[in-house]
Design a protein around this ligand. Structure first.
Ligand code: WTA
Length: 656
């Protein structure tokens, strides 16, 4: 990559105050550097700039024909009657009439090709142990576990919770569940027993797959005992069985008739399992994600459209070659792990790397030593991790051979230009295109992203991919002129769009399709520049993105309010130099309670117990009152403006 405007990168300062963090955001707004693809990138790319332009043109003319061609690259048990059924919008159905199973394309079909003995998965445990699986080996494991699940009475149409650390069995479980036509629902292993229980109940899951424990940051974390706690309060017909993978050799109580060791089940299982024939829109998985209000929603994705979107976007954006070694650092428990840690690579016959533990364990070179040891060619990660690693300076990456890297990727939150330039320059040595991909749990696939041949601007996610149409609207649904911020919308259906909110179609319609009829509301604020490049500025709603993970202010507030000391709580996000954003809570206490260090500590622990270690509130303040509208709604906007030292704007509608 050439830096056409060779201004040196701004050196990293560790921001200690909001002012500095705000400064970083302002820098993002004024970023003007441009990076053009190098001649080698252009000559090696699978998709040339010309082909990309042609694909865009074709998709603009007829997006359905574009996606139909993409679908033809996969195998189907029966082809579609039409590409898209929009007769019941916004419940769009892609490839109606088609029959397929994503596992057939991700696994079964490779066994008949040269991919059979290629590595599908390289897994590394935190203590340094490692396991590898060829496509054939993974296929064998999945077949056996599919039969084991069937022997537990799980079948087509059921839901199965996978509450696992990143282990090979996590991927095996996902694929085995999908193979037999059930839907998997992954719950990140950092979630609490209560969060797990809510998700089991919400998805009415028949079975939970978990591990005895796992390694994280040099410690053993118990997991099975958390599931036991969660199961104590689940609905009667839920979680009839539990499968436990041996990982950390911790003492584990097994309940006769309910709990089974994974190893025992697969030892007895037959080696070959039929892959269930699914309709294109049959559910493949549920994944709960935080919204602006209420409880997390179970986002539902189906087999057919999801497979087409993820297959095409993975191969185009990451320019996949047979020799690539792809590492997505996201946990399989998040959508990034689903689409681009598991399904995208396997659908494309690529080799994927999965790492169990903490990225800084035992020291800050773990990521770089992993790249070096396996020869990773494509590294896909989150800005928070980039900023965390950048803090340790250039020495750690310099000590390692990173010359195998050819592409870098970023996702989950806006990447500030300083982190972008460091990643590009120090890790990518200036010649690895950095692909900043914008998408969501709901979109299933990359929506706005460069290809390696694109012209890059640090901090911009560039342009929508072919077949995707986005815009930036004002409050009234009119496109805003370049340079102005507005609401990011998607104006045309896309194949891997979510199918529904589980058991709550009204919420699906209301959340995403009611503000501007016929148009998908993403919930982000963005602006377009003069070149049509998109710059994501953050969430438009009360959802925080902390270290790339979504969490609703409502969830944090209700967790706080469930503590006996708390009368009322309001939570806002404030900029943070490493995590992008952190939560700050304003708490009104009940009578007889006084603010203290001890109470703050207790409240933080209480949130952790309620929601799990992902939900961190960094600071808690105890004001005398909270700003409210006359109807009694807390106005977080004012708290935020006060916090950042900004103008609080019009307060005439507030209670005084
Ligand atoms: C944010 C993660 C800026 C955004 C795949 C979105 C981003 C939310 C980017 C979805 C990016 C995701 N630049 N912001 N490249 N990618 N986001 O569902 O606010 O966990 O709405 O999906 O993350 O988070 P989710």
């Amino acid at each position: 990559m050439q830096n056409s405007d060779d201004k040196p990168g701004v050196p990293l300062r560790s921001a200690t105050s909001n002012e500095e963090a705000q400064g970083a955001i302002d820098a993002l707004l004024h970023e003007e550097r441009v990076f053009r693809p190098l001649p080698e990138t252009l000559s090696r790319a699978n998709i040339s700039p010309h082909q990309l332009a042609e694909a865009r043109e074709q998709a603009d003319r007829d997006s359905l024909a574009y996606w139909e061609e993409a679908a033809e690259e996969l195998e189907w048990f029966a082809k579609w009657d039409s590409v898209l059924d929009d007769s019941n919008a916004p419940f769009y159905r892609w490839f109606p009439g088609a029959q397929c199973n994503i596992v057939h394309n991700a696994l079964d079909r490779h066994i008949e090709t040269a991919n059979k003995n290629k590595l599908a998965l390289i897994w590394e445990g935190e203590p340094g142990d490692s396991r590898t699986f060829t496509y054939y080996e993974l296929y064998r494991h999945v077949n056996k576990f599919a039969n084991a699940l069937r022997s537990l009475g799980i079948s087509r149409g059921d839901r199965v919770i996978v509450y696992m650390p990143p282990l090979p069995e996590t991927i095996i479980a996902m694929l085995a569940v999908a193979k037999i036509g059930a839907a998997h629902s992954l719950v990140f292993a950092g979630f609490s027993a209560k969060a797990l229980r809510d998700r089991i109940n919400d998805s009415q899951a028949k079975c939970v797959i978990t591990a005895d424990g796992f390694y994280r940051n040099g410690r053993v974390v118990h997991l099975k005992s958390t599931v036991d706690e969660a199961l104590a309060g689940v609905c009667e017909t839920c979680a009839e069985s539990m499968v436990v993978v041996h990982r950390a050799n911790v003492e584990t109580d097994m309940q006769e008739g309910r709990d089974y060791w994974y190893e025992d089940l697969v030892r007895q299982a037959r080696p070959y399992a039929e892959t269930e024939v699914m309709d294109a829109s049959d559910p493949l998985f549920l994944l709960h994600t935080s919204g602006a209000t209420g409880k997390p929603k179970g986002i539902v994705h189906g087999h057919g459209g999801y497979m087409v979107g993820v297959h095409r976007t993975f191969s185009w954006v990451f320019d996949i070659k047979p020799t690539d070694l792809f590492w997505c650092t996201a946990d399989p428990g998040w959508i990034t792990g689903h689409s681009y840690g598991v399904y995208g690579p396997l659908l494309n016959g690529a080799t994927t790397v999965l790492y169990e533990g903490h990225p800084l364990y035992p020291q800050a070179d773990r990521v770089w030593s992993t790249v070096e040891r396996y020869g990773v060619t494509i590294l896909y990660t989150v800005p928070t991790l980039i900023r965390m690693l950048m803090r340790f300076g250039d020495e750690y990456p310099r000590m390692r051979d990173l010359s195998t890297l050819r592409l870098l990727g970023s996702v989950g939150e806006p990447i500030n230009p300083e982190a972008w330039v460091w990643f590009h320059k120090v890790i990518g040595k200036g010649d690895c295109p950095l692909l900043d991909t914008w998408w969501q749990t709901e979109t299933g696939m990359f929506m706005i992203s460069p290809l390696p041949v694109s012209l890059l601007k640090p901090g911009s996610v560039t342009k929508p991919l072919p077949g995707v149409e986005v815009d930036v609207y004002d409050e009234n649904g009119h496109p805003v002129p370049p340079g102005k911020g507005g609401l990011l919308v998607v104006t045309k259906p896309w194949p891997s769009m979510m199918i529904d909110v589980y058991n709550d179609p009204e919420r699906y319609k209301e959340t995403y399709w009611s503000k501007f009829p016929g148009v998908y509301l993403a919930g982000d604020v963005a602006r377009k520049d003069e070149d049509g490049y998109i710059w994501i500025q953050g969430r438009a709603d009360d959802v925080l993105v902390i270290a790339g993970h979504r969490i609703g202010t409502a969830e944090l507030e209700s967790a706080l309010a469930s503590h006996k000391a708390v009368a009322e709580a309001a939570v806002i996000g404030i900029p943070d130099a490493i995590k992008g954003e952190v939560a700050k809570a304003f708490v009104l206490l009940n009578q007889d309670w006084e603010p203290s260090h001890q109470l703050t500590k207790e409240l933080k622990e209480h949130i952790r117990r309620e929601l799990g270690p992902v939900a961190v509130v960094k600071t808690i303040a105890y004001p005398d009152s909270l700003p409210k509208t006359r109807s009694g709604k807390i106005v977080r906007r004012i708290l935020k403006a006060q916090e950042l030292g900004q103008d609080v704007g019009d307060t005439s509608t507030l209670e005084h």
